[in-house]
Write a protein that binds this ligand. Structure first.
Ligand code: FMN
Length: 514
């Protein structure tokens, strides 16, 4: 009997390691021969650690399993899918998963993340095989046809970026994966790297062969030790199988891939800062132009894409660009891995076609707040995203629809707040965060963030609130227009959304905040 237990960091944080040990011990004591396979997470985080058993009727899930539950689960015959209070049933049939369209995350939580054999048995490397048949130009055309836009936050058309790097003439080119995943409430990059890293490796390999790069780097944030370990195991496995290295899949072309660790800075997720850091310097933003696609790592043409952008590629190459573009709405095509977090009952990963409303995400998937109190706000798109009030919850998950309401989808993170949230405090936090994380190169971001905190404190202390609010609005305009990158450029988004949608929270209360 095969038992599947996640090695995903969220499951580990909830005791998956102790559960795995308890399952092994219980089987030994009973003289039962079982095989434990460590998988990624399915992304239903309130059910972790979720344990699955391969039965004659398919996989049956149980969760959340604590070490103390293991004995009773064996007594209930869970190895044969027996009845128990923790029995969830076939995981794919769970409404949370059944309503999703898992293209990128199809294998996450299903397979041993670092087994090339299992990866291939589940359709892995068909995308690369198709890309090798097509050749570089047609591969880039397929990416263009898919409508894929960068999942790191800016939503830039991926195919256009690939075409730019492909067309650049240079002695060397690089492919770099942005795995810094700094946005609050986000974890899809981590889940993919821990649960199905070979999809990222395959996507980067397809990209490298298309743009003509022989070397690639994955820049992984230091807070992700489990992802980093899984990446290194996956890279070694791919090398061992001839899928990375001097002769990729017998193509005669080389692609060497390495994972590198950051050192804990939000700004190192900004692509030019990331490249500085990768070169061994402090993560300080570079002025653009030149764009990294023409002059990036070590001054060479460099393709920088987010984990989820690369991870969408194998599916696109296997099934064709138009099959991917058949999902979604408007100019937001394909699927978006939404990460639902904060004060919510059912947090987790929701990969679905663009177009689902924010309300459906929070209410239908999330089941409302964990506290049981009414939802008051949701911040979408990380720390630089807007706070939306309930009145805007019918906004579809679509880049343009969010932009039209002065918000952004970013990397797809949704953080839910109940009615105890103080939006003035959240606005103040946006400035504080910017002051702490600014690289310091440009004045609007470096100084503006500090002045923003001071001015907001004056407003909240009731000191000439009208004048100071006007000053604050003016400051936000300067930061938006004058910052070198989106760090300072987007900090006004959460601030102004809080001011616009929750003005009552900003009425003077006579004392500065702690
Ligand atoms: N992109 C990411 O993929 N991960 C990040 O953690 C990340 N952090 C960022 C932080 C700041 C302050 C800014 C301004 C941008 C950040 N970005 C991040 C966006 C990158 O600069 C860049 O747009 C992205 O890596 C391009 O890949 P994509 O086109 O596949 O999205």
């Amino acid at each position: 009997v095969t038992v599947f237990i996640p090695r995903d960091a969220a499951a580990l944080a909830l005791g998956a390691e102790r559960v795995a040990a308890a399952v092994a011990r219980a089987a030994r004591e009973r003289g039962l021969d079982i095989r434990i396979v460590r998988t990624g997470s399915r992304g239903m985080l309130w059910l972790e650690p979720m344990v699955e058993v391969a039965t004659d009727a398919g996989r049956i899930a149980y969760g959340p399993v604590r070490p103390d539950d293991v004995g009773p689960l064996f007594e209930a015959g869970f190895l044969a899918g027996g009845a128990h209070a923790l029995r969830i049933g076939p995981p794919e049939a769970h409404p949370y998963l059944a309503r999703q369209q898992r293209l990128t995350f199809a294998r996450c939580g299903v397979i041993d993340p670092v087994s090339v054999a299992e990866y291939r048995a589940q359709g892995g490397y068909r995308g690369l095989a198709a890309a090798l048949r097509l050749g570089p130009a047609a591969t880039v055309e397929a990416v263009k046809a898919s409508g894929l836009r960068g999942r790191g936050g800016a939503g830039f058309p991926t195919g256009v970026k690939w075409a730019t790097v492909m067309g650049a003439q240079a002695p060397r080119k690089y492919v770099v994966c942005n795995a810094d995943e700094g946005d609050s409430g986000t974890f899809a990059d981590r889940m993919l790297m821990e649960g199905d890293p070979l999809t990222l490796v395959e996507g980067m390999t397809i990209a490298a062969l298309a743009v003509g790069a022989a070397r690639g780097y994955i820049y992984c944030r230091s807070e992700y030790p489990h992802a980093f370990a899984a990446l290194n195991e996956a890279i070694a496995a791919a090398e061992g199988a001839g899928l990375l290295g001097p002769d990729v899949m017998g193509s005669g072309q080389a692609f060497h891939l390495e994972a590198r660790l950051g050192a804990g800075a939000y700004i190192c997720g900004e692509e030019t800062s990331l490249l500085e850091s990768l070169e061994g310097r402090r993560g300080i933003v570079r002025a653009k132009p030149p764009i990294p696609a023409l002059k990036g790592l070590f001054g060479q043409p460099t393709l920088v894409n987010n984990v989820l952008s690369f991870a969408a590629i194998p599916w696109i190459l296997e099934h064709g660009g138009s099959a991917y573009a058949a999902y979604g709405m408007g100019r937001s095509l394909g699927t978006l891995p939404i990460q639902l977090a904060g004060n919510v009952r059912h947090g987790g990963l929701i990969e679905t076609a663009f177009g689902l409303t924010l309300r459906a995400v929070i209410e239908e998937f999330g089941g409302g707040t964990l506290s049981g109190r009414p939802v008051r706000a949701a911040q979408v798109g990380g720390p630089l995203g807007a706070y939306f009030p309930e009145a805007l919850f019918d906004t579809p998950m679509d880049y343009e629809a969010f932009a039209a309401r002065k918000g952004l989808l970013g990397h797809g993170g949704v953080v839910v707040f109940d009615d105890t949230v103080d939006l003035a405090r959240q606005a103040r936090f946006a400035f504080e965060f910017c002051a702490a994380e600014s690289c310091g190169k440009c004045t609007p971001c470096r100084i503006g963030a500090v002045r923003g905190v001071e001015t907001l404190d004056k407003v909240l202390a009731g000191e000439s609130p009208r004048e100071n609010l006007a000053l604050l609005t003016d400051l936000c305009e300067v930061m938006t227009d004058g910052s070198l990158c989106a760090m300072g450029g987007l900090t006004p988004v959460p601030v102004m959304s809080a001011l616009t949608h929750f003005p009552d929270d900003f009425s003077g209360r006579g004392a500065a905040m702690p």
